[in-house]
Write a protein that binds this ligand. Sequence first.
Ligand code: TTP
Ligand code: MG
Length: 547
Amino acid sequence: MPPKRPRRPRVILAFDLDCFYASVVIRANPALAPLPVAVNQKHLVVTCNYVARALGVRTMSRTADALAVCPSLTVVDGSDLSPFRRAAAAVRATVRAGLPPGTPLQWLGLDEIFVDATAAVAAAADAAPRPPPFRGHLRGSLVDAEDVVSALARGAELAHELRARVKREHGLTMRAGIGRSKLAAKLAAGLHKPDDQTTFLSADAVARHLAPLPPTAIPGFGRGYWARLSAECPELETTQQLLERFPRGSERLLAQVMGCDEKVATWALRACAGEDDVPVTASGPPKLVSNEDAMGNVTSREAVLRAARALGRHMLTRLADDTDEFGPRQPGTLVVRFRLTGTGYKPTQRAMPMPASVCSPCLRNGHARFEEALTAALRDIVQKVVDTIADALAMPRFSFSLLGVGATNFRAGTLPNAAPATPVPASGNASESRGSITNFLAPKAQRRDRSLDNAGISAAGTTSPRTPEGHTSAAALVCPICSARLPSSTTNEMLNAHVDRCVAGGGSSKSGTPSASRKRSRAVAGSSQRIDNFFQSKRHQRRSEEK
Ligand code: TTP
Ligand code: MG
């Protein structure tokens, strides 16, 4: 038997950019650096620099309150996320370039990156057996096995190099956490702010750090669970007390109390003890690129069209940026979401084949015909939006409180026969060409189904994404997101629910129903996948991504 290769110690790095949006704003205007600076979105301070923090400004406070606390605060509008998205992509590219090919890299939101550096560190050990001295702060004692300590020291060195590289190339600072798990690395990254790094040497050190803290200090331990737990066991305040009250073996009982799966309870107890084996799951390009605008009450056709144009432009520039980062891909489906004032919280959502102009190979940053292609694609998107909301626009009075467009159902590569950008007539704006808008979505019978009180996607949107415009088959009931063929007995309501699930899951399963695909992915990923989702602790992340 060949000798068993010793198991390599796991090394995980977590990076978090310092006061990210504020740093991007200050980089563009360095004169702001010594001043207190806050970034405002919808009357809230979504972040502020460390100068402002020292003067008492708090993230997620109302901007008016922040100004009361710190009258000299410079408030910058952060509603356009494009500069932040671009900065995040550039940082990701630099981190990726500083790692051996194939190193798993996962990002959460725009400014957090996890790296599984196990293989990179092992390769460094093969090349230079003497470990470097530790960089940054240490938590725990150096009593663990020598190979573990050396691997963590190499991980800390790698984190230091990557941070220096990002600072040099992009003028942005980030902090790092190093540990043997994502939990350890993530918690370590929060310990010394800004522009610094910390290593947790052992699970014990993580447990000791968590012991006096409430379980909600564990990334992913939701407040809902905590509320149920506290209601049942009001005496519990810390993770240590939780471990004493629910020792190993009482996972089922804890699951009952928290109202969760036993696997989640097992994960929670292990996390309290500083243990965690959730993998770093390599991130890929987003499955849904969408922009949405909660608009107050928009009552004029012109304002709706302006919003549609702005949203479409955002989506197209994001698609072009994604092409820079991930290579070309074709969005098969356009998703339009809207909400009429007074119709509840849930927006109506319709999906339809993406206009060919959006798949133009000219829609790449730096392409000579980019602007021309963008104009043509924008015109087509606005037409689709107008078509989708035509019933509302035709009413004597209407009021929209939300509008959104998104691209999904991506396929890799460029279309070999993708239509080149078509020239736009000088007078060809969407409002003027209303009469000529083709309702490619549906034959008449189906069009009737698209009444505005039908809160969701209509049967009209259920054609195959690759069906050429104007040649919709009424018989085909195919989900435009996951391409699943649906039984002819499927009602509109069932269809809406199906498409909602697909879009929410960024779904693009090649076949089968979303629930079948969910079951499949569950079988593959097991509980760790779901727990990994818990890791996305920042509530704002999804919001930022969907904006
Ligand atoms: P964070 O990493 O939470 O905060 P930060 O980078 O600003 O500061 P820190 O140095 O403590 O890491 O969030 C990253 C960015 O996400 C932040 O710069 C602004 C944005 N954001 C929102 O859009 N909404 C929110 O609710 C929060 C908290 C942040
Ligand atoms: Mg940050």
